[in-house]
Design a protein around this ligand. Structure first.
Ligand code: SF4
Length: 243
């Protein structure tokens, strides 16, 4: 698999915040987020700059699991980049992890643009659909991002798997301001997810960015009856890799 980094830390976002976790950060993404604050994606070395030499490169599933075993039985968080664009390898990775111990808790973090049978072998899908404010500038490349950022069929498939009881789910939205709420609510109507599974998260890649938006997002959560999630790893360590 094309891997950016492997590291052991705590989960900083969503329902499993605070759980000791081994992060498998895959390289490559099908989108290119750039927020209206001017911030790029929080992991640009997997998307905008995926050829960055600091990325680990091709690793076998055996090598990944060997590294994880040093931290067993921690949670595993498969994140990116966008892990699902390496769908075939992802199916094998999830399968091998569950062969090691079916109780290892796997979180799949995804932008939700693809769905395949790997979803059957993870415990929670943490889906972060990218809103209009993830692409405020209109170069030719960014128009490609705009066209592909939401795949309703794929998002519905995750929700259906959740509804039949085979998958926990959380819908995690990066919020830049009140303007995002209409789009979130429209998406909720179309996909049919519950408020209790929605987490709003302030957009930002530094503690300063987060502290400017935190209270605004908390107030939106209270008003719309959604959950709030912070980005604990940024508060603890700043915008560093491997944490
Ligand atoms: S979808 Fe995620 S990894 Fe891809 S560009 Fe956007 S924020 Fe970065």
């Amino acid at each position: 698999m094309k891997i950016s980094e492997l590291f052991y830390s705590i989960q900083g976002e969503g329902k499993r915040t605070g759980y000791p976790s081994f992060f498998i950060r895959t390289n490559l993404c099908n989108l290119r987020c750039k927020f209206k604050s001017g911030n790029l994606c929080d992991t640009p070395y997997t998307s905008w700059d995926f050829e960055n030499p600091s990325n680990l490169g091709d690793l076998s599933i055996f090598e990944i699991i060997k590294e994880y075993k040093k931290h067993y039985p921690a949670d595993i968080v498969i994140t990116g980049g966008e892990p699902t664009i390496q769908g075939k390898e992802l199916i094998s990775l999830c399968h091998e992890i569950k062969q090691l111990d079916k109780n290892i808790f796997i979180t799949l973090e995804t932008n939700g643009t693809f769905f395949d049978e790997y979803a059957l072998n993870v415990d929670i899908a943490s889906i972060s659909p990218k809103l209009k404010t993830s692409v405020p500038f209109k170069t030719e490349f960014e128009k490609g991002h705009e066209k592909n950022r939401i795949n309703y069929k794929s998002l519905k498939s995750y929700q259906e798997l959740h509804e039949i009881g085979n998958l926990d789910i959380q819908w995690k939205f990066v919020v830049t301001g009140r303007d995002d709420m209409e789009e979130i609510q429209n998406l909720q109507k179309q996909i049919g997810f519950d408020n209790e599974d929605v987490f709003l998260m302030p957009e930002g890649i530094s503690e300063n960015n987060l502290s400017e938006k935190r209270l605004m997002v908390v107030e939106l959560c209270k008003e719309y009856h959604y959950n709030y999630t912070d980005r604990l790893h940024i508060t603890l360590w700043g915008n560093k890799r491997g944490v």
